[in-house]
Design a protein around this ligand. Sequence first.
Ligand SMILES: [Zn+2]
Length: 342
Amino acid sequence: MLVNLEDVLGHAYRHGYAVGAFNVINLEFLNGILEAAERQRSPVVVQIAEVHFKYVDIEEITPAIQHMANRATVPVVLSLDHGESVGTIVRAIRCGFTAVMFDGSKLPFEENVEQTRLVVQIAHSVGVSVEAELGRVGSSEGAEGGVAREEFFTDPEQAEEFVRRTGVDALAVAIGNVHGFYRGEPKLDLERLKEIRDRTGIPLVLHGGSGIPDEDFRKAIGLGISKINYFTEMSRKALQRVKEVLQQDSRVVGLHDLILEAKEAIREEVEDRITVFGSAGVCERRNDICSTCQACDLGKGPVDEGRLVEMVTQTVIRMMQGGAHGTGGEQGHLGGQPRGRP
Ligand SMILES: [Zn+2]
């Protein structure tokens, strides 16, 4: 079911795991990611980065994502990744995204605060969660390589002020992470992360997940990282699979022969990451997450508009008969919709 980022991250933060946030650029990515989340019984964030708008039209793909997310039996967040202007934020909200990331990290501090605060006001007024960035995570998704520069690391004291003044729900930090592939060994500044966590008290986000060793992920999650953005390595794994198939299988006659292979490679990589991030099985172990989702109940039958109308009708009939205001799971389904959605 489609849910808010705030609800999913709040749960992750309290229970010491991180939710994987995987970028979608077409339906193969989407299918691979959602299949992985279902198989691992894990919440998941599906996101589209503004820098990828050249591959995907959000007005076109969002109805498909919403349809599939609402059919999924795990919580699914649909988020904008690195929105660069208030215009893009509003566009994503109008499409039906349940979260937005505004990236004002290239702006001077005061301007970043001002713009982020405006985004928070707009997004919160319609129940959409906001992630922002302070410090600067270099390079970009899918890029060739980068080196983290310490002068751009997030300053813990500034982070505290930023969170207090903007009211953001989650904060992306720069602690040695970069987008794309790493040039050399990534080295996370865990002391800095701990201080940011202690000063801000909100879920923190690690961008540039491709190439960070599993052990470092675990340490970072233990110090407040609740969402990990992951794209480049997932995309590379899909390419690698396609190359292998092309080399080995002379029966490949067209692109259609490769699409399923690419999707399978994406699914495998996402399942693997979900396990490392500690969110595998959360929908079984921690059924308190159901208070915000109820998606597993939906697994008992396909969710379509007809079923939703039927649920509402039954509730109204019970109310007219003087009964309870809808009982049990059915009320939960309706209550589980993202808050304040128009
Ligand atoms: Zn990022």
